[in-house]
Ligand binder design. Structure first.
Ligand SMILES: [Zn+2]
Length: 153
């Protein structure tokens, strides 16, 4: 049986389309983002069975599957547990390079949150202490980038 692809020259077209979308972060994510927007604070959830503290918060414990409803306030400071430095620019990146995406374990949390380190990259290493810097209150919109960046201290 002849294959129709053998009889035509494959043609391609390179294009781009915009795909706007809205994604609901859920009640747990909303409470987390509201605390950042309205009080410049971090809220997490603590598991009553295994004592794991999640920041960002989760509705159920990822270790023992217990429902989580104990909210705790978490420090603005923490340590870098992993990072990568971005040196190329791309339109979808939140800031211009160079900057770092870093996993940061805030003091009092059991897991790390992903965010940006934009300054002092020569001092960046695993274990370095960082502190969250929030946008001015009038600039905060309930977005994770209401945390402007984390600063090495
Ligand atoms: Zn648990």
């Amino acid at each position: 049986m002849p294959n129709w692809v053998d009889e035509v020259e494959p043609m391609t077209f390179k294009g781009q389309i915009a795909v706007p979308y809205t994604w609901w972060v859920g009640d747990t994510g909303s409470r987390f983002l509201e605390a950042i927007r309205d009080q410049a604070t971090f809220l997490g959830t603590r598991c009553p069975d295994c004592d794991t503290v999640y920041v960002p918060p989760r509705k159920n414990c990822g270790r023992c599957f217990t429902a989580l409803d104990q909210w705790v306030e978490i420090a603005r400071r923490g340590v870098v547990t992993a990072f990568t430095i971005v040196r190329a620019n791309h339109p979808l990146q939140p800031v211009k390079s160079p900057f770092a995406y870093a996993l940061i374990r805030l003091d009092g949390a059991s897991v790390s949150i992903l965010h940006l380190i934009t300054k002092d990259l020569a001092r960046l290493s695993i274990g370095v202490t960082v502190e969250a810097h929030f946008k001015e209150a009038s600039q905060r919109t309930g977005h994770i980038l209401d945390i402007d960046h984390f600063q090495i201290i």
